[in-house]
Design a protein around this ligand. Structure first.
Ligand code: HEC
Ligand code: HEC
Ligand code: HEC
Ligand code: HEC
Length: 382
């Protein structure tokens, strides 16, 4: 209980509010307790060890050095500081800590280009109450606090996009840093443009690349966790049925006073009896672990095949570029296909559900990547 009171005092002081005992609703202590459990999800694996071809396809970029799978929200600050990927600017803190969001909301986009090392020591909270509720966490009203999400979909929250999807999508999304001021931004304007083809077109049009790979000369993109796009996008079966991220990742529980509250320990539905019961409303007596794993095994197996083909294309292109036997025009045509193929491969690979959120889209991305690789390979011979 002491720990809880301490956490509660921290939140209240972080919010700059003075909260009376009466105002603290009965559910809050249980919510806090569940929120602290995010530290229990500490399991992580190295993607680079699991899929060694990644080191080759990400060559020249930070993810070729260090790429761990995600773990609980309690670890975000520790993990961003510990990664071996370079992080020169404070914009890396965008999706890690409520303290940085508050800073952006106070000083505007200039906060993104501050020096990482000078800002990091001022960051104390991980993903916090402010992140998803601003200062309305006593009531629990979901509020979008990230400026680029407000700009892209703020108007649609509550109408087209359920609040318990929108707040998660502030971070569980593809993003980039604007070239002119390094501010974090998303490559879409509404649900219709939350789509791999539309996002690639957006980057192509602005001539954006995360890095230009030295050996191949290809201006490449690195996709990051497009969960909101995958969940809301074409092929998703659950979004049109009105389910939200919270429905499958936050248990509804009852505390000792009989008050119902949403657990803030974000878990896989397969780890929770309570959540599995909610699946049963539609899936009846289907073994959900089996159903989810079947999708994931199919998608992961395909991913390994296509990832290896992409790695082969990269080697072939690097050789061709070094050989001097191809015209720059020909190489550029192949580079353009290489960029497209890698985009679609990555769009699937980095999505955290491994196909479970939307297997149709995962298949489409992998098929498109593979067709594009074949097209590129054929150009070497033509
Ligand atoms: C402020 C950004 C942010 C918001 C908002 C956010 N997340 Fe996260 N989430 C992250 C980051 C970053 C990680 C990875 C943490 C790590 O590995 O250190 C993560 C990890 C997770 C994980 C664990 C993944 C794993 O493989 O173990 C789950 C589940 C999750 N988030 C679900 C959600 C849900 C559901 C919501 C909305 C209710 C949400 N998140 C909102 C940033 C956010
Ligand atoms: C990652 C996003 C996220 C964070 C962080 C978060 N919440 Fe929530 N919270 C939600 C969502 C989503 C809901 C609504 C759940 C639903 O509708 O099923 C919610 C609901 C609530 C509610 C309403 C409960 C009810 O019975 O209606 C309260 C109160 C609340 N949160 C308090 C907090 C407090 C306090 C913190 C910090 C310890 C916090 N939240 C952190 C996403 C978040
Ligand atoms: C219909 C249920 C459902 C909905 C709705 C849903 N998810 Fe998931 N999610 C899953 C399943 C199933 C998995 C795979 C779990 C596993 O591998 O154990 C998963 C995995 C994840 C993971 C990886 C975490 C882990 O433990 O493997 C994250 C992060 C995540 N979802 C975030 C989200 C976000 C953000 C949203 C909303 C945009 C969302 N989910 C909506 C069912 C759902
Ligand atoms: C409101 C009804 C509903 C609920 C609740 C629901 N589902 Fe579904 N789900 C469906 C329908 C309909 C389909 C499509 C037919 C099928 O595959 O069974 C589906 C498909 C799926 C798929 C395959 C998705 C794909 O893209 O291949 C997975 C995985 C899944 N559900 C997991 C879950 C999990 C886990 C839960 C509970 C946390 C859940 N569902 C809750 C209705 C629901």
């Amino acid at each position: 209980m002491k720990k809880l009171c301490y956490a509660f005092a921290l939140i209240v002081s972080a919010a700059g509010l003075s909260v009376t005992a009466e105002a603290a609703t009965d559910a809050l202590p249980s919510i806090l307790e569940s929120y602290e459990k995010n530290a229990e999800n500490s399991y992580t694996i190295s993607y680079l060890e699991e899929d060694p071809y990644l080191v080759n396809i990400y060559e020249g970029y930070g993810f070729a050095k260090d790429y761990e799978s995600a773990r609980g929200h309690a670890y975000v600050l520790e993990d961003v500081n510990g990664t071996e990927r370079p992080h020169a600017l404070a914009n890396c803190l965008t999706c890690k800590t409520a303290d940085f969001t508050k800073l952006v909301n106070k000083m505007g986009e200039d906060a993104y280009s501050l020096d990482f090392e000078s800002v990091y020591p001022q960051m104390h909270e991980n993903v916090g109450c402010y992140t998803c509720h601003e200062y309305q966490f006593m009531k629990g009203t979901p509020v979008i606090t990230h400026d680029y999400t407000i700009a892209a979909i703020g108007d649609e929250m509550g109408d087209a996009i359920a609040p318990a999807v929108a707040v998660c999508g502030q971070c569980h999304t593809e993003y980039y840093f604007k070239p002119e001021n390094k501010a974090t931004n998303v490559p879409y304007q509404d649900i219709a443009t939350m789509d791999p083809a539309a996002e690639l077109a957006y980057y192509d049009e602005m001539g954006f690349a995360d890095w230009t790979q030295e050996s191949t000369g290809t201006p490449l993109l690195k996709v990051q966790h497009p969960e909101i796009e995958t969940f809301l996008g074409e092929g998703s079966v659950h979004a049109p049925l009105g389910l939200t991220c919270a429905d499958c990742h936050m248990e509804m529980k009852e505390n000792e006073n009989g008050t119902e509250y949403p657990s803030h320990y974000l878990v896989s539905p397969l780890e929770s009896e309570v959540l599995l019961e909610t699946c049963a409303a539609c899936h009846k007596d289907t073994d959900m672990a089996e159903k989810v794993h079947a999708v994931q095994e199919e998608i992961t197996a395909r991913e390994k095949e296509v990832g290896q083909e992409l790695s082969d294309l990269k080697d072939r292109l690097a050789q061709a570029a070094a050989s001097g036997e191809y015209t720059e025009d020909k190489l550029d045509a192949i580079r353009s296909l290489h960029r497209t193929a890698q985009w679609y491969f990555d769009y699937d690979y980095v999505e955290n559900s491994e196909g479970a959120h939307n297997s149709a889209l995962a298949r489409k991305c992998l098929d498109t990547a593979e067709e594009t690789i074949q097209e590129a390979m054929a150009l070497f011979e033509s």
